[in-house]
Design a protein around this ligand. Structure first.
Ligand code: HEM
Length: 350
């Protein structure tokens, strides 16, 4: 990352033991939007106020905005690749889009810190927002997820993590920013646990206990690992994931909250297409026979500097009347290798 790139939010912070994911929608009148804009300038101070009380607990917060929310709150200019979440698949195997204007990804090694920060952030917003989804996530032993596998092994690290996640000169007004996709999945854990560890390993593409990747000669092409490994011009493109387990055993609710960061949405969308539709079509991810996505959202994460500055964004530059269509512009959707033809007819939500 060049030295003059604005400071990113805590996108690249290490994986934590606890997290709270909040998806909010914002009221549509101008007074409510004013409250949200000035709140943008208060987030960093709140993270400091809560986090300094437990310096070793690694508290952080990432805040992102959906396509329509950006238009309403901040107007032009807008991030080049921000568009509504694109749905993939059909029937029971479908990546659904659900409402969401703001995403908060709050992380720490202790849930009490996440809880305190979430409460403080929401208190400041009062009734100008509605919480449409709230998930309290945790990691099992060995950083495993709800299906019992170590999750995050193939995340990029060091400089390459920054290179894969943080926007640079390609969208200079938004350098230091990032894109994030979230999906909340429920698992049929009884059915999943009915499989042998070897069958589960073939579905993921890794040996369950040791977390070692299966040999290429035996790894199925429909394994999760195969379908989410993508190339552009012969180079592998990675994303950064901070998935968390969540659930309520008493209600037989067992889930994984998927969260993936990238410099452009296209690689994450390509992975979802491979998983839900298949590569080639029909050769889909068998993890989806045991897991159902119930939410889906795409958000732009401004740099920390821009987030702070958004507090002073003149409402006059933001849209005040009816919105222009926030369907993906051809430019946004054609970025990367994503085949726009395959998206024709897929439903998009705002
Ligand atoms: C039910 C939801 C999901 C679960 C339980 C899950 C779990 C896992 C596990 C256990 C691994 C192997 C270890 C690792 O490298 O982290 C993995 C790898 C990976 N997953 Fe997922 N995942 C889920 C959804 C997704 C989605 C929706 C995407 C992207 C759109 C995705 C992208 C990836 C990628 C890129 C890898 C690394 C592949 C490699 O390089 O081998 N995952 N996931």
């Amino acid at each position: 990352m060049p030295n003059n790139t604005p400071e990113p939010q805590a996108v690249c912070d290490p994986i934590s033991r606890s997290a709270i994911f909040l998806t909010l929608t914002v009221g549509r009148d101008e007074g409510q939007r004013d409250v949200v804009r000035s709140w943008c300038g208060e987030i960093a101070a709140l993270v400091r106020a809560v986090g300094t009380r437990a310096p070793t607990a690694n508290l952080s917060c990432v805040c992102g905005f959906g396509s329509k929310a950006w238009e309403l709150l901040f107007g032009a200019p807008r991030p080049a690749s921000l568009h509504p979440f694109i749905e993939f698949g059909t029937g029971a195997r479908r990546a659904v889009a659900t409402p969401g204007d703001i995403l908060l990804h709050i992380r720490a090694d202790h849930m009490d810190l996440c809880f305190e920060l979430a409460s403080q952030l929401l208190n400041k917003l009062g009734n100008v927002v509605t919480v449409v989804d709230e998930v309290h996530g945790f990691r099992y032993f060995d950083l495993r997820d709800m299906i019992g596998f170590v999750d995050g092994t193939e995340n990029p690290s060091g400089k390459s993590m920054v290179g894969f996640t943080i926007i640079g000169e390609e969208d200079a007004d938004f350098a230091g920013g990032s894109y994030v996709v979230v999906q909340k999945y429920f698992h049929n854990l009884d059915a999943w646990n009915g499989l042998t560890a070897e069958q589960q390993g073939n579905i993921i593409g890794r040996e369950k206990l040791s977390d070692v990747e299966l040999d290429a000669a035996v790894k199925p092409s429909c394994s999760h690992s195969s379908l989410t490994t993508i190339d552009e011009d012969g180079q592998e493109v990675k994303i950064l994931r901070h998935n968390m387990a969540f659930g309520r055993p008493g209600a037989k609710e067992f889930g994984t909250y998927f969260i993936g960061y990238a410099r452009r949405p296209a690689p994450i969308e390509q992975m979802m297409e491979n998983m839900f539709v298949g590569r080639p079509p029909g050769n889909y991810d068998r993890l989806l026979d045991y897991s159902r996505a119930v939410t889906g959202g795409l958000f732009f994460v401004p740099s920390a500097d821009l987030l702070d500055a958004l507090a002073d964004r003149e409402p006059a530059t933001a849209s005040t009347s009816s919105l222009p269509s926030s369907a993906p512009s051809p430019k946004a959707s054609r970025s990367g290798t994503l085949d726009i033809g395959s998206l024709k007819g897929t439903q998009q939500h705002e």
